[in-house]
Design a protein around this ligand. Sequence first.
Ligand SMILES: [Mn+2]
Length: 303
Amino acid sequence: MRVYSLAMLPVLLSKRAGMAGFLGFAASYISSYFHFSTKNEQLRLQDETEPFIRHKTLLESDFQGKDLVIVGDVHGCYDELMKLFEEVKKKTFKSFVTVFVGDMINKGPKNLEVLNYIINTPHIHCIRGNHEQKVVLDYLKFMKNNVEPKPPMQWVKELSGTQANFLKNLPYTISIPSLNLVVVHAGLEPGKSLQLHNANDMANMRNLVSVKDEFHGKVLKPTSIPGVGTPWVELWPGPEHVYFGHDAVKKLQLNENSTGLDTGCVYGGKLTCVLLHLNDKSEKIVEKELISVEPVKVYVPVD
Ligand SMILES: [Mn+2]
């Protein structure tokens, strides 16, 4: 055992402090490196969720004498969706094209059933909601980095490559110029072309807030925070009629230039769609009919 004289104490202490300092520095360097790399990885994976086509257009030829049905947020409520289609069939003798407003999956009971139905049934078109975005991101994190999805996303591990690819390539909007309408999950900014819209805003926005911009003075920016600013629908001037979902709290929204179809089926509300009866050439809406079905049960309690 070595014995140090009292005179050595300051030297020993400073050595210890030096070592502690070095270890602290090394630890913070290593953790910042990993933090940096995971943040980069997150951004890289987010890039990988981008669809091949961001904005899809349907033409008259996509309808060929059919009617059009636009369905609100399904969230895996497969039984209710089947009931809804039964109700639609009672209201029109024609076959129909279906467009989903996004959030077809997640939170609810039968996500894979809904997904399989959508993929395997002809004349169905879907856009992506914030939940499709989350699912694709969690799928990539699990497949590439072995990150376990958190509840209620564990079902994401069961996705096949085809299903994941289908979700990844869902566009942010579907426009039908002949009927003067656009379908988007959350909302749109008035006066801005679709191509200039931010992807996350289209899938998440609720309101527009006035902020100062150093070049343009006051400008309106989208926000997803409820109760902040003005609902985007109040400022949407048309001319396109926008069909959207995402806002279960506000329930069915019937505005002059927009229709909100999320009636909160997964929270014990109804599942709603609009049936647009078209003329024979499918270039004019003859009649609009709202159709809803009651939920089988409350799948997610509203807190
Ligand atoms: Mn949503």
